[in-house]
Structures are given as structure tokens and as C-alpha cells.
Design a protein around this ligand. Sequence first.
Ligand SMILES: Nc1ncnc2c1ncn2[C@@H]1O[C@H](COP(=O)(O)OP(=O)(O)OP(=O)(O)O)[C@@H](O)[C@H]1O
Ligand SMILES: [Zn+2]
Length: 616
Amino acid sequence: MAASIAGVFTDELKNAVETSKVLVVGAGGIGCEILKNLVLSGFKDIEIIDLDTIDVSNLNRQFLFQKQHVGKSKAVVARESALSFNPDVKIVAHHDSIIKPGYSVNYFKQFGMVLNALDNRAARNHVNRMCLAADIPLIESGTAGYDGQVELIKKGMTRCYECTPKAAQKTFPGCTIRNTPSEPIHCIVWGKHLFNQLFGEYDADNDVSPDTEDPEAAGEAGESALKSNANEQGDIERVTTRQWAQQSGYDSTKLFHKLFHDDIKYLLSMHNLWEKRRKPTPLKMDELPDAVAGSSKDNSSEGLKDQRPWSIVECGQIFSRSLQSLKNKFEKLQSKNKDDHLVWDKDDKDAMDFVAACANIRAYIFGIPQKTRFDIKSMAGNIIPAIATTNAIIAGLVVLNAFNILQNQFERCSSVYCRLQPNHRGQLIVPERGLIPPNTSCYVCRDSPQITVCVDVNKLTVKELEERVLKSLLNMVQPDAMKDSTGDVVISSEEGEMEGTYHKTLAEMGILDGTVLSVDDFVHNYSLRVIINHKEAEHNKPDIEIVGDQSQCQPKAEEKSNGGAGEKAEEDDDDLMLLDEIEESTSVNMERKRKQDTATESPVSKKPRTSDVIVL
Ligand SMILES: Nc1ncnc2c1ncn2[C@@H]1O[C@H](COP(=O)(O)OP(=O)(O)OP(=O)(O)O)[C@@H](O)[C@H]1O
Ligand SMILES: [Zn+2]
């Protein structure tokens, strides 16, 4: 072993390596490399955690896994393979999510350092906060294709993972998705929303039916179509897409007719939308064309199966087939637990077929070029190909930083960026000039953090404050909130305690412009003052804005990104590239999805939609 070769390590470092205890979070592309490096450099006490099982697609770069391991726990197999290099190491493997409450601040405190090898923001935010709370050095790392980054996070010394705002994921206005798609991606997003409306976690903001409040339609929202939906009392009865599908027994012909014929006719009745646009063409299932018009590939039989374009009639067949399979899976889940739902996953054949077929049918209707299943998979799954070499370089740098930490040489742990093109100094691996200090206005790592939240206090409910603001946007796990001035509890992490008030608006709870809330999350040992700023909701504008400083409480143009997955580092070395997950919207979101309340399904509301911004 390297550590036992005389002259490689000083006795002090050798001793530190052998006696330190390290936690590796994630056993994927980077995690496997890190574990192998740790074992080969003499570390003797390691824990590794990963929630996932091995997929065949992991085998090209996660070299601790082989074909016979497919379907088994990543953490468990990584441990077994690493032990084959050095059986004298103690490795504890957890097939679990690091976000689970069992991995508390005290759990983190037993380690000398934590090495992150994750692929999503939620888990990274969580480990960031746990390491700050436990005051343990964290080495954060990430890759996206040829780009990679390693960074030390040490409380009070460096910036934390949340010190820099992350580039927002690309979003599209809701009315583009629902009414006037013009690019294949709009149809793909619509297909994913449809999947969730039918089988996934319900989200009223991701409705797929025509948006009657589209400002472009200027109020002429399909009068006749609305009338045809009216009940005997003349009221308009709105049901969710899922309710509608359930009532019609998920009949593929009926569903097809509603989505691709009736809803399109409804859109056509909003004349203003089509004054300067090509009108969509309603489709009937028994009249589907057998052509492959405007496809992204020519219709040759060569190439991979997934790269063969589908005709629209084929899309119709795939729509019916995948709908039935998904329906069966969904009903099976619901028979065990009525709150359970499917989670869209690009690697699930039926889920992927369904979205690809729906996206192409919708594209055809709107005169948009169709895409192959292969292209749709990479767009819908935000796939950036992972490069084994980048992972290996980054994992090597992680373990070099671990040596620096063990020698208390934190100043040598400056961030390092790996890039495809050399910079003006000819460097492919570019170190930062020094440690980057904490952002003094970071709402996570600064002393007595506070933040301003701009919302419409007459619209936002207490439940939305908890789920959308505190948990989703501010990454809390189990928040408790009380009014600063009176000490009145507004949100409690004790189950059931506040049930009666969750549906009330903030105003009804006496939370108005200027009200200050004290919010605590005991999981992260974290307290935050939240200043509420009232801002009237506007159609097609985000209904929640978070600002560090009250004076900034203005609707902002899209935040200038510090870089993100797939972005290249600029020529200037000082330009930081914060790599983020590339899979946030897919399977790795399992943990968060499981935590969210799925029992709140309600009919589509007719209130003005203020959050018509969707995330892919
Ligand atoms: N909350 C979490 N707790 C534990 N492990 C996690 C958590 N979130 C993500 N992970 C793991 O982090 C690893 C990240 O590895 P990587 O980026 O190589 O992803 P992958 O899923 O193996 O590959 P791909 O997404 O490209 O198929 C994954 O194995 C994933 O299961
Ligand atoms: Zn910070």
C-alpha cells in the first residue's frame, strides 16, 4: 500500500491517515474513486453511504461495480470491492439516504472529515449544514462532463456550499408550456408534467390543460369550451387531470381525445393566441398519420433502437401501451398506500416511453420537429455524459485535500477546477489563489442569519410557507416557526400540532408586511430570522422571492449564474464554476419526494396563477 512505502508519507501523516475516521457520502462516479483512493492510501476507518442500487448504466465508470452487482446496494458493493484491495480496513456501508434523521449532528461529529460525492443540491445543502453544525471539515466535489471542482468547506474559514447563489435551473413560463409551445423542450416538459398529473406527485402549478389566464389570450378564454364543462347549476366544475383520468378508467382513447383533440380545440378558441402563430391541429387517435415529419433524425433503420424516429401512429401506440403499464403500476402502489405515487425516472422504460410519445404527439400538433426517444431522454433527464477520467482526477484531488486537512494545512486546500480547454496559462487543472472566505451575508453560515421573503400575505398559506419557502427554497428539514414579537407558534415540527391553521393565509395568522419570524431547524441546529415582505401576486411572475436584504425586494432579472453544470469556466482563473447536480429532477430526488405531503390533492383552483414558472 502507498501509505506503507517509506518516504511517501511522513510518520505524522501516516499516523493521522491510519487513525482518522472519514465519511464518504455517495458511492457513484466520484464516490467509488474516493473510496478506492482512501483504501489504497492507508485510511483504516471509513463509512460510506448511498441510497441507490447499481444500474447497468453505472458500470462504464463506477469501477467498483460489475455486471453481477446490478440491482445491489451501491454502498454495500463498493465496500466489498474496496476490501478486496485491502481487507484490513474497517468500512461500514449504509444503504440509506444521508438526509434521514438518524444521521444527526452527533453522528457527523464522530468523523474527522466528510467527503461529499453527491449529485444533487438537496443532499449537498443538507451535508453542508450538518458539517457546519458539527464543525467538521467537508470536502465538496462535483463533475459535469469534462468539468470538475473540488472545494474545502470549513466553518468560519471558507465559504459554505450555500454562500453563493446557485444558477437557477432553466425555466419556462407556464403559458408557453400549456398554450403555445414552440420548441421540442416545451413539449417534453409538458409530457413530464402530464406524467406527474396522472401518476406522480400532484402539483397544481404544473397543470397541463389550457391556461385560461394567459395574458396573451386577453380574457377570451374559450367561452364555448368552458360552457360545455358547466354542470346543471351553471357552475364550472373543474377536476384535476388525474381525477378526469381516473373517472374514465385511464382509457387511452378517451385520454388521447381529451389531451390531443378537445384541449387543442379549446386552445384554438383563444383566437388571440393564433394571430401571429401557426395554429395547432387537433388529432384523433384513429386518424394518426404514418409519417415521420420534421423528425430530428432521418427514418433509417440503422443506429440504436432509441435513435430511430417514431411515426405519429407509432407514438399513439406507445402512448396507449405505456399508459396502461403505468396505470397498473400506479394502482398497485395505491392499493397498498393511497398516498403513494410514481416518481418519473428517465431509466424507467414505461415512464420514458410515455413522455417521449406524448412530447412527439404534441410537437406534431404544434408543427414542432419531433425528436427521437434518445434525444428526448437526454433532454428530459438533463443528461450530461459523465467522464470517468474527470471523476478520477477530482477524486484524486479530494484525497490530496484530505491529507492537507489531516496535517492541519487548511490553507493548502484552495478550490481546484478541472476544465476541458487549457486557460491562458496552459492549465487544465486550475487552482484558486487561496481559500475563499465566507460570504458575510450568507443566510446559512453567518452569525445570526436573516433573510427577507417577499410573498403575497393574503394568498400564501401557512402550509405553503412551510413546504415551499422553508423546506423547498430554504432547505430546512423540520422547521419550527414563531412570531418574533409575540412568541406565537406558527409552524411546529410536532406532527398534528398545527393542523387546524395550516390552510390559513399568513394575513389570517396575523403575519403581515414587516412581521419577523424566528425559525429553527433542530435537525441542522440552525436558526434563521425571516422577515416577511408583502408583495402583491402578479400573473406569470414568481409568487415567492427570497432576498438577503430588504432593500433588494424587487422582482429581479434572472440571477447572473456563477456557473453551473455543463458551463465552462471562463478564461479568468477567478471565475468560479459551481458544479451542480445534473439529475436533480429525476431519481435522485426520491428522498425529497418521499418527504413531501402527497395527501393534499385538490381540484385545480381558478385563482390567478402567480407561479407560472416551471422547472424541468
Ligand atoms: N441523499 C443521499 N444520500 C446518499 N446518497 C445519495 C443521496 N443523494 C444522492 N446520492 C448518491 O450520490 C451518488 C452520486 O453519484 P453519480 O453522480 O455518479 O450518480 P449516479 O446516479 O451513479 O450516476 P447517473 O446519475 O449518471 O446514472 C449516487 O450514487 C446517488 O445515489
Ligand atoms: Zn455560507
